[in-house]
Design a protein around this ligand. Structure first.
Ligand SMILES: Nc1ncnc2c1ncn2[C@@H]1O[C@H](COP(=O)(O)OP(=O)(O)OP(=O)(O)O)[C@@H](O)[C@H]1O
Ligand SMILES: [Mg+2]
Length: 452
């Protein structure tokens, strides 16, 4: 239930409005003047304050100003006498939600209250979402402790606070967007927008007006003025994904922005200054694209002020186990699954795989396994057949290098596991990722005598 503070020096007016508001389901508290209201606001938070304009010793406008100092998120509605429009406008400049002229209709008043509180709820919802976003992308949640990832993260932490343009390269699914968001969320721009444009997803002739906006009549079909993404991102960060797909004329305009911080809407010559930080990303080889003249060289150098490269997952296999645990925890904590762990054998399959789709592919494999698996530990049987096959192929080549057969390797591995655990079969089987019965069967077939 919303808490409303009603401020008016006329008791009769106050009571009438208070009754009206209580009947509509609000929690209403009354104050007879400004200082009293401010005192009450220090004790408790109010979602909405409705105040009269003409009061002693503090006017409604002064009270509004002080309220916004104490509690900027409290919405304020000002009640003015008939004909004092200026004060109403002044109030809105000072952050009031709206003003209402006396005398007013009951319905008009209640509708205004409802709308003010609706906005309040919306804003807190957005704030909450932003906090969640911040939590997700502060880099404690970018998983990886391989040397390669450590290098990336230390770069991110150094660069985030600066205004430099960053170019993120890496194959599909390596986490480019994740890194871009982390750069934004850890910058002074974090409370402003993070706007993304995927150049590859937009036809070339639309890119320009999407980014820079256009004025009415700029081209057939431009029925009205349109703000571009640069303006949307003002004060924040603009993420140019798949920059290699940007059309040549758009590249020229982008270059101009990088030189003087100004943009021009399509169909207009007047420059507009915008305060936007650029982060670009590509999964293509940009240097090759330059030599093919798909990307202007001067643009490349201006974008590439700080390069961050994300290596493919197979070049940082140390991260795989951590990522697997991270995704498992994620599904478990969301209540999607009973699975909390993964067997050593299954993990080995995952660690040795090629991961051409990188972290995204790994994320999908885990999600699939979690949905399909029975029990509480993921086993090799829960891995997609393509991965299991790949594993056999890999071990094959390892064996021929070693000159040993699969049986010999298995026997060797079992003996090692048993040694590690002082021939405790239960512990050894866990390490091997197989059941004790399977281990027992294998010991028998290899003619290994259990020591006890
Ligand atoms: N280091 C990481 N830690 C945790 N999750 C990660 C990591 N890297 C990538 N991911 C996850 O993998 C998925 C793919 O990442 P992202 O979308 O950032 O990749 P991308 O490089 O932008 O891919 P594409 O080139 O296909 O657009 C996302 O769900 C992301 O959260
Ligand atoms: Mg991406």
């Amino acid at each position: 239930m919303a808490d409303v503070l009603l401020v008016d020096d006329e008791k009769s007016v106050r009571s009438t409005l208070a009754i009206m508001l209580s009947k509509s389901g609000y929690n209403v508290v009354e104050a007879g003047n400004g200082p009293e209201a401010l005192g009450m606001m220090k004790e408790q938070f109010y979602d909405l304050m409705i105040t009269d304009l003409k009061m002693e010793p503090m006017t409604g406008l002064e009270l509004l100003k002080k309220t916004k100092d104490v509690n900027p998120t409290t919405e304020v509605i000002l009640m003015t006498a008939f004909g004092t429009v200026e004060s109403g406008v002044e109030a809105m400049k000072l952050g009031a939600y709206d003003y209402i002229q006396k005398p007013f209709e009951k319905d008009e008043f209640l509708l205004l209250v409802e709308k003010a509180l609706e906005r309040k709820a919306l804003i807190s919802e957005v704030e909450q979402l932003q906090n969640e976003l911040r939590e997700k992308y502060s880099f404690e949640n970018i998983i990886g402790n391989s040397n390669e990832m450590m290098e990336v993260l230390s770069m991110v932490s150094k660069v985030a606070k600066t205004e430099s343009t960053v170019l993120i390269t890496g194959a599909s699914g390596t986490g480019k967007e994740l890194i871009a968001k982390a750069l934004h969320v850890n910058s002074r721009r974090k409370n402003r927008s993070f706007v993304t444009i995927n150049c590859g997803a937009l036809p070339e002739n639309l890119q320009e007006s999407e980014l820079f906006g256009h004025v009415r009549g700029a081209f057939t079909g431009a029925m009205r003025d349109k703000r571009g993404l640069f303006q949307e991102a003002n004060g924040g960060t603009l993420f140019l994904d798949e920059i290699g797909e940007m059309a040549p004329p758009t590249q020229v305009k982008l270059l101009r922005f990088l030189q003087d911080g100004e943009i021009r809407r399509v169909g207009e010559n007047e420059p507009i200054h915008v305060d936007v930080r650029l982060i670009a990303a590509t999964n293509k080889d940009l240097e090759q694209q330059i030599s093919e003249e798909k990307i202007r060289e001067d643009l490349f150098y201006r974008l590439n002020v700080i390069p961050i490269h994300l290596p493919p997952l197979r070049e940082r296999r140390d991260d795989i186990a951590l990522l697997v645990k991270h995704f498992l925890n994620h599904h478990h904590s969301k209540g999607n699954t009973k699975i909390t762990d993964i067997s050593a054998e299954a993990m080995e399959i995952l660690t040795n795989y090629e991961w051409t789709g990188n972290v995204r592919e790994l994320e999908n494999v885990i999600e699939r396994a979690v949905v399909l698996a029975a029990g509480s530990v993921l086993g090799p049987e829960d891995m997609p057949p393509s991965l299991r096959k790949a594993k056999t192929a890999n071990s094959d080549s390892e064996m021929s290098l070693d000159g040993r057969t699969l049986d010999e390797l298995e026997k060797h591995y079992i003996l090692k596991a048993l040694d590690t655990h002082d021939w405790n079969q239960k512990k050894a089987s866990k390490l091997l990722g197989i059941s004790t019965t399977t281990l027992w069967r294998k010991l028998k077939s290899y003619g290994i005598e259990p020591k006890k």
